[in-house]
Design a protein around this ligand. Sequence first.
Ligand code: PSV
Ligand code: MN
Length: 415
Amino acid sequence: MFEIERVLTVTDRAYALFEEQQQARGINLEQVKQQLKALKIETPSWGYGDSGTRFKTFQKVGVPRNPFEKFDDAAQVHKLTGLAPSVAIHIPWDKVEDYGKLRGHAESLGLAIGAVNPNLFQEEDYMLGSVTNANAAIRRKATDHLLECVDIAKETGSKDISLWFADGTNYPGQGDIRSRKRWMQEALTEMYNAMTPQMRMLIEYKCFEPAFYHTDLADWGMAFNLAQKLGPQAEVLVDTGHHLPGANIEHIVAYLIDEQRLGGFHFNSRKYADDDLIVGSINPYELYLIFYQILLAGKDSDAGVRNTVNNIAYMIDQSHNIEQKIPAMLRSVLNVQTQFAKALLINHEEVAEAQAQGDVLGAEDAVRRAFEFDVTPLLHAIREEQGLPVDPMKTYLTSGYAKEIAVRGKGGASW
Ligand code: PSV
Ligand code: MN
């Protein structure tokens, strides 16, 4: 009892100091808290299963054996953080006979089924491409899978269908780049026309891997062009791991928001290529600067820009090869929350004033300063207000859930 009281007093005092500091900077903390409480991050079903590299997939004890168990684990992440109420699925990794049943299971856990991700990269037929394959029968098969995913989304109540293609070539001359471009557009047009008006197509790009010479959707410009051609229900998805070293992702984000074509994110961290490391573990400042652009656009006078910002799907896309799956996912959503909280402390008027004066260092300082605050007291305060554990990771580690799921044994779902 004494111990709890002491901790709460320290927390309260830390928050009081934080509040004083932020009020002095003209930050409206009530508004910050509201925005923090509204943050939602989708976790991927595949992040709970075993995964690996081409060298080895390590098997972990307690990994879910089927899609239902993946939702059980995802529910832990949401229960402890209040941040992750939906789960993206990948088809056929999460293929079930009855999607209504899966949806019912998710809802019974307080979750929703999020984005549906068609998988067009794991069948022998797709070695030389799926929707861009020179063989018309294979293109047909791939397009049919896209249509199947639209039907699944209707059953699961999913709004977003998130597309990523491994399509590309390994050698010059291997394929006709322009024909492939047209086949891609043809397939996506067919899928687009099958969507209900409530649905949205998210188009993801990736500069390389598994194709090494050319990738059919290699960068944001190609995804953007396709989205523009398809129509207003098609938007671009930015996977933070899918850029060449040195790419300014926040610039891409700002540009796409301004064009009202940024639909969502796949968050993760990369060091060299698409390494799928925990978001915020390598370059938290990049994540912070992405949120800076988003929050700034949220204040724009253009209602279309504000609407784009309010409909961004924040999703994690990580495959945890050596980490414990649930703690890795907890760390991920908490890292996103931390950087979002910091970005909420940016005084945009101060930045604008420095910009107007041509004060380069002043503007940079006004952006960076918020990053340097410790937001722990703020996060503790909102968690207390929401009836959530103040330290979700610690609560999970002492909850006994890992022991409970150990009965699943090794050899659960993997991709
Ligand atoms: C591909 O690297 C990707 O980022 C796509 O989003 C896939 O759907 C996901 O990873 C899982 O392979
Ligand atoms: Mn991705």
